[in-house]
Write a new protein. Structure first.
Lengths: 607, 298
């Protein structure tokens, strides 16, 4: 089957042009790609440098460590794709959309990671002399593999005819555009064939495997201990995912998961619940619980922004209301109320307080549309923060302890389970943050459930209708204001829910946690970015977006002051090249569509 | 042929829509002046007029987008509420001149949105998903599919609305409006941009809707369509109702012809004006001749 697909892609040699980007015969190119990838794999078992001054144990023969593991994975992926391209039996399923683009991306991943490593070693230790033979070998081998892959044939786009009247600048633009088209064509891939109906047992096994891979990759990313490893991880994961995407495996996996939505969601939660068990200490569970808080709030915002289309720039205030409400009734010594509510009551208080604020803020502002709503919500978000800052007993009544915040919030204790101490479950030590991780996961599950159920109902359709065309929605008998207010209040209540847990996780709530924009998520700007980046109107989009937006700044702290700049640049690039977000809102009916219609829908549905 | 069939259907006489002395002023401008207008059950009524005659303003008074400055509009004896969603709930549904579908929703979802006023399930029901919720959803879906079958779109229920061809988008908009179970359907230029075959199909569709017992009010520029379709036609000129009656009456009325084509001035245009017009025409022709030539250059 694979040979058929690839053969049809090969252009006729009669065209007289070199078939690949590089003037090598395709057969040589493929051999080079395969050879280079195999050599890359071998080189990861050699030492790359002589001293342990560069982190990651790159000095040991026969045992890949740190960045070598990443290169090894990239090389293995490239090798597998090359073998599938050769038509090796049993590997055809790897490349349902054709192997060429996948090989190109896989070799690119390997090349980028290994050259990054080699350069990092040279720069860190001061000179190429610090490389051992393995380092040279991997550089040469991965470069050879990439060049070989680029020699693979592709369909060149037809150049537009040149207008003789064009000025030099226009000519330059014309050529640049053609070159860009060519580069895009090099990495273009066919449409994957549809997955046939497998037995549901096999399909569920595939889902489990996908979840396991996802958990492994995520855990590895969280656990990267030094900057170089995280950057290498991002490079490998990014290009590696692109390779899998181009091979068509991602499309097939999403077809299968779409068939078993409930199982996929349960599987994702089980995989997430496994995360603390993969950790030996509480260090990374901290990151995990913060990611979950951020992601849950982003998902709540997705109801407001993604479904109802209301641009809310002050959403973090509702998280703050929930957190303050829970903190005030938590029995903290700095709370003016001398009460200690049980957790369930605190959750209700927090969610209700946010709900009330949501209605109070929504009622006047939701009469506005579009940009005006965004500005007003931005204002209310700041008003919340400043008000809380001033309720300190001097500028106003003593309620929130001003900028000091409410501190020493006691740990939760639900049914005798103390969240503040370590527990041992089945031989695994579950620390404080891991405890909260599980609690937060429960809250996330509630929010996911609310999102799914409300989205797929009369009220959810009304939200989407309002987002699509408010005038038409009104003409269809939808009470726009009321429906928008429900979305706003529901979103606020969900954020408040997350806030109640956040207050206990962070020990202290201060006004400065609830900024419009700041380096540490969650803040309103980052929340909105997570929703847009991940994909509006989807469940997994904001979760993935929030995980990335938390992890990247957290791991790239060496960027220091340039962190926000780099982050902004990355956002601009992503929005330029993938405006629909990382996980676009594939409408369900795509399942039933002819393939010809699918692409137009795919690119636009989420945007 | 078609006119024959229309005249045979005798309206039942019950007044569905009753506008009395409707006047709409925007500052100093009077867009609609003292218009009386009724639609009876089982009737198809047309509203025509030259551009700027106040048709759309009048239409907006009927759909609750505007509240008339003077006069009142009654639907089945009750004064229309001042909000457009309440008007729909009361039983007047409309379509739009420029199609306003929910482009990123499926065809079925579009019709389901139209069912909004006829279903009651709120947020709690959606979150708790009791048996009532599933029952109501299933009933809504069934009804929506019936309507899609009625307009001939049932095979495309799962397509995105944006992917439908133009004529089918118009049909879908009508199906969506029908989903609110209206007693009166307002169609704003339903055949704009359609070819003759599609216009014919729309005509049949409107007759089928009338046969369901729904009164229809049509605004349209396509005179043949209007005169084939309507039991009664009202002509609106400069905000005032000029004439009302069956197609023959309206077509034969000199004032209508004058309103559309203009009438000679007291003194007929002088030679200067004629020459000016001819010069302008010649100039325009020269311009249109030049345009394709320019394209050929490229």
């Amino acid at each position: 089957m694979t040979t058929q697909t690839t053969a049809s892609e090969t252009p006729t040699p009669a065209s007289g042009m070199p078939a690949g980007l590089i003037g090598l015969p395709p057969k040589t190119g493929l051999a080079l790609a395969l050879g280079g990838s195999v050599l890359t794999i071998i080189s990861t078992f050699l030492a790359w440098t002589w001293t342990a001054a560069f982190p990651g144990k790159l000095t040991i023969y026969g045992y890949p460590g740190g960045l070598q593991v990443l290169v090894l994975i990239g090389g293995a992926l490239a090798t597998l794709f090359c073998l599938a391209r050769y038509g090796v039996k049993g590997l055809g399923w790897l490349v349902p959309a054709g192997a060429d683009a996948a090989i190109k991306f896989a070799t690119l991943a390997t090349f980028a990671t290994s050259w990054y490593t080699v350069l990092a070693i040279s720069v860190d230790l001061g000179g190429l002399v610090n490389l051992e033979p393995g380092g040279y070998l991997v550089a040469v081998a991965s470069l050879a593999a990439l060049l070989g892959a680029l020699a693979l044939p592709f369909e060149r786009p037809e150049p537009d005819p040149i207008d003789p009247d064009d000025t030099g600048w226009e000519l330059f633009k014309h050529q640049a555009r053609y070159k860009w088209e060519t580069v895009k064509a090099v990495f273009a891939s066919g449409t994957p064939r549809r997955v046939g109906k497998l037995s549901s047992f096999v399909e569920i096994l595939i889902i489990v495997a996908v979840m396991a891979i996802g958990l492994t990759v995520f855990t590895y990313g969280i656990g990267t201990e030094y900057d170089e490893l995280f950057i290498g991880f991002m490079i490998t994961a990014g290009f590696g995912f692109a390779a899998l995407n181009k091979s068509g495996l991602v499309a097939q996996a999403s077809q299968i998961t779409a068939r078993h939505q409930n199982i996929t969601i349960c599987g994702a939660f089980v995989a997430a619940a496994m995360f603390p068990f993969t950790q030996t200490d509480d260090q990374y569970a901290t990151i995990g619980v913060y990611i979950l808080i951020f992601a849950t709030v982003a998902l709540g915002l997705n109801i407001v922004v993604g479904l109802a289309g209301l641009l809310d720039l002050g959403y973090v205030a509702f998280l703050g209301v929930g957190a303050y409400a829970a903190a005030l009734v938590s029995g903290s010594p700095s709370s003016p109320f001398d009460v200690h509510f049980p957790f369930w009551a605190a959750v209700i208080v927090g969610a209700l307080a946010s709900l009330v604020f949501g209605v109070l803020i929504g009622a006047p502002t939701l009469r506005l549309r579009g940009d005006y709503l965004a500005i007003v919500t931005l204002g209310f978000g700041e008003i919340f923060r400043i008000t809380v800052n001033n309720l300190d007993g001097t500028s106003g009544p003593d309620l929130t302890n001003g900028s000091n915040g409410i501190s020493s919030i006691p740990n939760l204790n639900i049914l005798g389970f103390d969240f503040g101490i370590e527990h041992t479950i089945a031989g695994f030590t579950i620390g404080r943050f891991a405890n909260y991780f599980f609690l937060m996961l429960l809250i996330t599950a509630v929010v996911v459930l609310v999102f799914r159920r409300s989205g797929d109902s009369r009220i959810g359709r009304a939200w989407v209708a309002i987002r699509e065309d408010e005038t038409a929605a009104l003409a269809m008998g939808i009470n726009g204001f009321r429906v928008k207010l429900i979305a706003f209040a529901l979103g606020a209540a969900l954020a408040g829910l997350a806030g109640t847990v956040q207050a206990h996780v962070t020990y202290t709530v201060t006004p400065e946690q609830y900024l419009f924009a700041g380096v540490i998520p969650p803040n309103s700007a980052f929340l909105l970015a997570a929703v847009v980046l991940g994909g509006m109107g989807t469940i997994s989009g904001p979760l993935v977006g929030a995980a990335l937006l938390f992890l990247i700044p957290n791991k790239l702290q060496f960027l220091g002051d340039y962190q926000l700049l780099a982050f902004g640049l990355a956002l601009i690039l992503l929005m330029r090249f993938r405006p629909e977000g990382m996980i676009p809102n594939r409408r369900r009916q795509l399942e039933f569509h002819e393939e010809a219609e699918a692409p137009t829908v795919l690119t636009k549905a989420g945007a | 042929m078609t006119t024959d069939t229309t005249t045979k259907v005798v309206p039942t006489g019950e007044t569905v829509l009753d506008a009395r002395g409707v006047t709409m002023r925007f500052g100093g401008l009077t867009a609609v002046r003292n218009v009386d207008f009724t639609v009876n059950a089982g009737e198809i009524v047309g509203l025509i007029g030259p551009n700027g005659a106040g048709k759309t303003t009048f239409f907006n008074c009927l759909t609750g987008l505007y509240i008339p400055t003077e006069g009142e509009v009654r639907y089945k004896g009750n004064v229309l509420p001042p909000k457009s969603f309440k008007v729909t709930a009361a039983g007047i549904a409309r379509t739009f001149q420029n199609i306003r579908l929910f482009a990123n929703m499926t065809v079925l979802e579009n019709v389901l949105v139209g069912r909004h006023t006829r279903t009651k399930e709120g947020l709690w029901s959606a979150l708790l998903r009791g048996p009532g919720f599933h029952k109501a959803e299933a009933a809504s879906r069934e009804r929506a599919m019936e309507l899609l079958a009625f307009v001939g779109l049932d095979s495309k229920a799962e397509h995105l609305a944006r992917n439908l061809p133009y004529g089918e988008q118009r049909k879908l908009e009508i199906a969506r409006a029908l989903a609110s179970e209206p007693g009166l359907l307002l169609l704003d230029e339903p055949t704009a941009g359609m070819n003759p075959q599609e216009t014919r199909a729309t005509e049949e569709l409107v007759f089928a809707i009338r046969d369901k017992g729904i009164a229809v009010l049509v605004i349209e520029h396509d005179m043949r369509f209007i005169f084939n379709l309507c039991d009664r036609v009202a002509v609106l000129v400069q905000g005032e109702k000029l004439v009302e009656g069956d197609s023959a009456t309206v077509q034969g009325d000199e004032r209508v012809v004058a309103a559309y084509l203009g009438e000679p001035f007291e003194d007929a245009p002088g030679k200067d004006e004629v020459a000016e017009v001819e010069a302008a025409e010649a100039h325009a022709e020269a311009a249109t001749d030049a345009a394709p030539g320019k394209e050929n250059d490229r």
